[in-house]
Each structure stands twice: as structure tokens, then as C-alpha cells.
Design a protein around this ligand. Structure first.
Ligand code: 13P
Length: 250
């Protein structure tokens, strides 16, 4: 069964509205020869302008987070309804920067996923181990608990649009990419855990992205692996020519 490739750019805390618009206007010229789903995730402030600029192109616009409550006294937080109204149809949840810097736990993420699903937002759920966890041979344990605790209580039907992003923390923004073999090994593990949780059909249909120092120069090798269905790109997604080359990987 062929899974549709998914190429995503996480802009993190970069790009003003003006810079974001210049970037997406340049990205629109990508050939998209692999017929991939293409996603960009701007800051909350730029979602509306970027979504308007991309209307009719098929690009997916995502938020980088959302809160789990519907509304109320939660200063600074943004609800799924608000990001949806702004034009996002997807949301990245559990990015390692959210987990490490802002206290997002598997339990909190489980609630954020529920809130996103209630509003029919596509969830890109991020998992990944730190270097210390890798060196202590804890990859399987860490990834399994991120999946089991984060996705607890949902059926395969609930999660039919879910995308998983494997982002080893030691490879994010460090220039150290996992080798294609290291990525493939953990992607296969993720598919095994998903099979145990939600069945083989679900696991075989769910796209698993690799993230961590993906660049134009290494994307072809990473995408060549059987269990790698796409990439979640940080730094290189901010540069139009680089991200265009990543979209049109060989
Ligand atoms: P880099 O591509 O800059 O390493 O970032 C990866 C990432 O965290 C994408 O979400």
C-alpha cells in the first residue's frame, strides 16, 4: 500500500507575516512531482495571511501548538477553534521544543490531541528520544510511552488523519542528521507499536515523518527508506529554494 508523501515545514518562531508571504509565494512554484501533501506551520500571527495566500493550492497550513480548553481564562493560549478560524486545518503537537521548554507532557498532549480532533484538525504528533536516552538504550521505552500515553483512548477511526513525526532531539537544529538507517529503524519500531495499539491496517496507513537537520542534500537518502513517508523540516524550510528542492526530492 503506497502512503502519500508528506513534506512539512515547521517555521518555529521565525518569519513576520511579510516574510512568510514572500516564502509561500515562492513555494507555490514547486513542481510537487512526487504528488506530496505539503504543509507549512507559521506562527499563530501569520496563519491567517498565509492560509489566504495559499487558498486553492492544496497546501496544508498548520499551527505549531494549540491549547486543550475550548475557551476561558487561559492568558496567551490559543484554542483549536481559533486556529481553525484563522485558516489552519492541522496542528503540530508534542514538538520536542514544546516538551523540553514549555512543559508539554504526554498527558497534556493527550488532551491537546482530543481538543484538536474535536475540531477536525489533522494532528502531526511528534515523538523522539534525547541523546542521553539513546545512549542509555531507552529508545524503545521512550517512543512507546510517547505513543501509548499520547494516543491513549482514541480509536483507529478517531486517528485516521494522524501523522507521526519522529524527531530525535539530538538531531534537531544541530546539523546532526540521523542516518537513513537510524531513521528507518525507529520508524519501523513506531509502526510496530502502532500495530499493537490500533491494528495493522491503521499502522500501515499512517504516515511517519522524519525530522532533524533535514536538508536538500540528505532528503533523497532519507525518503528512500521504506518506512519514511515524509519529512518535518525546520531551518531549511525557511529558505524557498531549499524547501522547494526538499518538496521535489528524488
Ligand atoms: P531542523 O530541521 O532545523 O533540525 O528542525 C527540525 C524540527 O524540529 C522540525 O520540527
Amino acid at each position: 500500500m503506497a502512503r502519500k508523501p508528506f513534506i512539512a515545514g515547521n517555521w518555529k518562531m521565525n518569519n513576520t507575516i511579510e516574510q512568510g508571504l514572500a516564502l509561500v509565494n515562492a513555494l507555490k512554484t514547486a513542481k510537487n512531482k512526487n504528488n506530496a501533501d505539503i504543509m507549512v506551520a507559521p506562527s499563530f500571527t501569520a496563519i491567517n495571511a498565509v492560509a489566504n495566500a495559499l487558498k486553492g493550492t492544496g497546501f496544508i497550513v498548520a499551527a505549531q501548538d494549540c491549547y486543550f480548553e475550548e475557551k476561558g481564562a487561559f492568558t496567551s493560549q490559543v484554542s483549536p477553534e481559533q486556529i481553525k478560524e484563522a485558516g489552519a486545518t492541522a496542528v503540530i503537537l508534542g514538538h520536542s521544543e514544546r516538551r523540553a521548554l514549555f512543559g508539554d507532557t504526554n498527558e497534556i498532549l493527550n488532551k491537546k490531541i482530543a481538543a484538536a480532533l474535536r475540531h477536525n484538525l489533522q494532528v502531526i504528533y511528534c515523538v523522539g528520544e534525547t541523546l542521553a536516552e539513546r545512549e542509555a538504550n531507552k529508545i524503545e521505552q521512550v517512543i512507546t510511552s510517547q505513543l501509548v500515553e499520547g494516543l491513549k483512548g482514541y480509536s483507529a477511526e478517531d486517528l485516521k488523519t494522524l501523522v507521526i513525526a519522529y524527531e530525535p532531539v539530538w538531531a534537531i537544529g544541530t546539523g546532526k542528521t540521523a542516518t537513513p538507517e537510524q531513521a528507518e529503524e525507529v520508524h519501523a519500531l513506531i509502526r510496530k507499536v502502532l500495530t499493537n495499539m490500533l491494528g495493522a491496517d491503521f499502522a500501515n496507513n499512517t504516515r511517519i515523518l522524519y525530522g532533524g537537520s533535514v536538508k536538500a542534500e540528505n532528503v533523497d537518502f532519507i525518503m528512500a527508506k521504506d518506512n519514511v513517508d515524509g519529512v518535518l523540516v525546520g531551518g531549511q524550510a525557511l529558505i524557498a529554494e531549499k524547501f522547494t528542492r526538499i518538496i521535489d526530492y528524488e
